[in-house]
Design a protein around this ligand. Sequence first.
Ligand SMILES: [Zn+2]
Length: 237
Amino acid sequence: MTTVLGSNLRIKSELPFDVEVQRSRRKSAVIYVRNGKAEVRVPNRTPNYWVKQFVHEKRDWIEQQLKAEQIRKSEQYSLRNGASIPFLGQPLQIRHVANADVHINRQELILPADDLFTDAAKEFHSWLKHQATEYIVPLANKLAEQAQVDNKLRNIKFKKTKSRWGHCTRDGDIQFNWLIMLGPPEIVHYLVAHEVCHLVHMNHSRAYWAVVDSLCPARKAAQKWLRSNEHKVLALH
Ligand SMILES: [Zn+2]
């Protein structure tokens, strides 16, 4: 494989992965492993031999990270025919059926099949958004009442983003990622409680977590679940 040093110098390397080097006005060297390669950031004027040695020293760690990234990627849910995907934590097998409406039939999730796979995805996401609205709006209202902030909750919206589950503004607008609906009910409960409690405290202070815990005693277990599982869900497109 190749190593790219600087912007235009490309040298052969015996390393089994790609390395990209960026020089800038930073003070120390750092390596990020992502998108199947190692990105090395070093201060300006760091000599190439130093960079090479640095990468070689970190080689085992880089390879571990690359492996972990690959595993996380292989675990991501997809909408392929025959793939497995959960809905409210229950595993379903995806079956593509020509011209079908998206629905659940026993243990199967039926998706419309067509040559342009993007249509199946589009239909799926609009179905999931609908499911999220039906499930989450009443739950958010109930939790807001429990936390005595139902007067502050103004609007609940749904949007799919790649990096976050929800968002709450000072004006009382809460936004949820409809991919939440793939998680088990206790995870949905936590994520909804998390945003609703921001109507009490717009921060992650001790006082804020105390309110979350009063609505969602299993909060820590939910956070742990998210740390090990959210990469499977958030990449679905
Ligand atoms: Zn928060």
